[in-house]
Ligand binder design. Structure first.
Ligand SMILES: Cc1cc2nc3c(=O)[nH]c(=O)nc-3n(C[C@H](O)[C@H](O)[C@H](O)COP(=O)(O)OP(=O)(O)OC[C@H]3O[C@@H](n4cnc5c(N)ncnc54)[C@H](O)[C@@H]3O)c2cc1C
Length: 387
């Protein structure tokens, strides 16, 4: 966001902090948790409050893996990276599950089903299942539709889960022991020669030893560095009033993950996605508002695959995801500000990747350790897409 002369008038209080985390979503609270474990004193600041970005607006699916099939991930990133990402995702889900258990966050171990809608997708699902099996990753292949709703085949991932994501983020924050300064927009970040980072915000000018940006979709609004690396992308959801009985007992997703649905803990049917036919409307925007074309896609899907969902729609909402330029999250430090780290670009999979990336980003910032497959250095070999 741009900042006016009147807002940045330099009258803000000055405060020295050890480590400042910008963004109180899943990534920021997890970064705070791991930084505190590493012995840092952490303050989180957010322009809104905890989990009011994508982290409190998502569908709550903890789905192992990336937003692509396993065999495609191998083709795109190579065997080792694909395996590393699935492993990172399992590590992340284990972490959230522990926090959820410790803090009484609603979570159900109901697994997931990745379902095919077309012959082409069915062939991809079959290939993905074979690749997962060869890699020794737990997944069950169904050669017909386990839901009996008109899909062709499916992959079942038994370790996946459904969670209440708003409460989960709050719980990670509580577990971190960090201090929160809410309703405080960050305006700019400067690193001085004395290895101090000055972060100008709405109410405070912070002088920090270390800063971590966990601003996902909004990152380029603070640092232009992210302009061609993290693309804000809208996702929308709709939810019915409580049904008389559940129509599904797992997390379902189909059409290459573009459609996803589950029951909420209070018995409502929730469905998200539908942006694949409306990319021009949904890509490159930070406006979290719903629109008719995507909501219509969701309603049409319910009518086609879930005609037994017979209650009226109760709520519709949107949120903004940060899609990375190559589909993998990004952890690193800013090239001209080595004391400013980042954990961004979750590409619609923050519940699958957030904690794993957060811990690597903290180690990268504090100790210079490579973040592996999610390290920003990989983009050095894609010059056409980066600065
Ligand atoms: C509708 C929808 C459904 C989704 N479903 C799933 C799902 O089922 N499973 C899954 O794994 N992922 C899902 N996602 C993606 C998931 O929600 C994100 O990957 C995850 O929440 C990213 O977490 P984050 O902390 O990086 O970002 P956010 O939660 O967006 O946090 C970024 C924070 O930065 C703050 N901020 C930004 N700019 C500034 C500034 N200038 N100053 C101060 N603070 C600032 C924002 O206020 C925000 O709180 C979904 C997303 C949406 C929108």
């Amino acid at each position: 966001m741009s900042v006016s002369h009147w807002q940045a008038d330099g009258t803000q209080a000055i405060r020295e902090v050890d480590m400042l985390v910008i963004g109180a979503g899943l990534a920021g609270t997890a970064v705070a948790y791991f930084a505190k474990q590493a012995g840092r004193e952490v303050v989180i600041t957010d322009m809104r409050d905890i989990a009011l970005g994508a982290s409190g607006r998502n569908a709550g699916f903890m789905i192992t893996g990336l937003d692509t099939h396993y065999h495609r991930a191998i083709e795109e990133y190579g065997k080792d990276v694909a395996f590393e990402m699935w492993d990172l995702s399992r590590e992340t889900i284990r972490f959230w599950k522990k926090i959820a258990a410790d803090y009484d966050v609603p979570l159900k171990n109901i697994g997931s089903l990745l379902l095919s809608e077309s012959e082409k997708e069915a062939r991809d699902i079959e290939r993905a299942a074979k690749a997962l099996s060869e890699a020794g990753i737990e997944a069950i292949y169904h050669d017909s539709d386990p839901l009996k709703r008109g899909y062709l085949n499916a992959i079942e991932q038994p370790l996946d889960a459904a969670v209440q994501p708003y409460k989960l983020t709050q719980a990670v924050f509580r577990a971190s022991g960090a201090e929160l300064i809410a309703n405080n927009e960050v305006y700019s970040i400067t690193q001085t020669e004395a290895d101090e980072v000055i972060v100008a915000t709405q109410r405070i000018i912070f002088k920090a030893q270390y800063v971590m940006m966990c601003t996902n979709a909004y990152s380029s609004l603070i640092e232009p560095y992210f302009q061609d690396k993290v693309i804000p992308t809208r996702a929308q959801v709709l939810m019915t009033e409580p049904l008389d009985k559940p129509v599904i007992d797992t997390c379902g997703y189909s059409n290459y993950g573009y459609m996803y649905y589950r029951m909420t803990f209070d018995g409502c049917f929730l469905i998200g996605g539908g942006r694949h036919k409306h990319m021009a409307l949904e890509n490159d925007t930070t406006e979290d508002r719903i629109n008719q074309p995507v909501q219509q896609e969701l309603e049409d899907y319910v009518r086609r695959y879930f005609p037994d969902v017979d209650k009226p729609m109760a709520r519709r909402w949107a949120g903004i995801m940060g899609f990375s330029v190559d589909g993998l999250p990004l952890a690193g430090t800013l090239p001209d500000k080595p004391r400013v780290g980042f954990a961004v670009g979750f590409t619609g999979h923050g519940l699958a990747m957030g904690a794993g990336v957060a811990t690597r980003a903290v180690n990268r910032l504090l100790h210079g350790t490579s973040a592996g497959a999610v390290d920003i250095s990989r983009l050095d070999t894609m010059p056409s897409k980066t600065n």
